[in-house]
Design a protein around this ligand. Structure first.
Ligand SMILES: Nc1nc2c(ncn2[C@@H]2O[C@H](COP(=O)(O)OP(=O)(O)O)[C@@H](O)[C@H]2O)c(=O)[nH]1
Ligand SMILES: [Mg+2]
Length: 187
């Protein structure tokens, strides 16, 4: 395919009207890879240099699914992991969340329960996908523990790598499916 074809196809995709819109968020401890996963998904690249997220990261991605086009507004918890009160403003209107821990950082796994509590308090019973990130590195938290946590809290579990791209699309797609099915069952 020549590049002008690719361009016009992209343009056409951008013009396709969305049928649903949902605010979703990516949460979890600092440095687990929330920004990296979001940037990998929306923009398709990985930046190995650590830059603390400052201000608000807000991304838009349209995703086509079962004849619907869902416009995802993805809010990345912008360096506010340590500041609970500020984060609460963030949760307004959130319809789904990707909860990330770092498989090389046991503390980020231990803290998952707090994150689930916080989201449930702020957003009610919204769909949450549990993501064990940095699967390209040797794990200090075995994936079985992630699976077990996910089973207990009745959420899907996905191992990902923002570095290689492993399962990054899958995580956002699973979340979109759950958000869409929730939206259509409530109308
Ligand atoms: N090896 C590896 N490093 C990652 C991965 N995801 C993020 N990182 C690195 O981990 C650090 C923190 O990532 P960042 O996305 O800023 O985390 P955030 O604070 O949760 O937004 C950065 O140095 C990233 O390059 C991954 O899947 N594999
Ligand atoms: Mg960040």
């Amino acid at each position: 395919m020549c590049s002008s074809d690719a361009f016009s196809e992209k343009e056409a995709a951008e013009r396709r009207p969305w049928t649903h819109i949902a605010k979703v968020t990516v949460i979890g401890d600092a440095e687990v890879g929330k920004t990296s996963l979001t940037v990998r998904y929306v923009e398709g690249y990985f930046n190995p240099k650590y830059l603390m997220t400052i201000g608000t990261n807000f991304f838009v991605k349209d995703i086509e699914m079962d004849g619907s086009v869902l416009r995802l507004q993805i809010w990345d918890t912008a360096g506010q992991e340590r500041f609970g009160p500020i984060r609460r403003l963030f949760y307004r209107g959130v319809k789904g969340a990707i909860l990330v821990y770092d498989q090389t950082n046991p503390l980020s796994f231990e803290r998952l329960g707090y994150w689930v509590e916080e989201v449930k308090q702020a957003c009610g019973n919204i769909p949450i996908i549990l993501v064990g990130n940095k699967a390209d590195l040797p794990a200090k938290v075995p994936p079985e523990r992630g699976e077990q946590f996910a089973r207990e809290y009745r959420m899907p579990f996905i191992e990902s790598s923002a570095k290689t791209g492993l399962n990054v699309g899958l995580a956002f797609e699973r979340l979109s499916q759950l958000v869409l099915s929730r939206a259509s069952s409530s109308t």
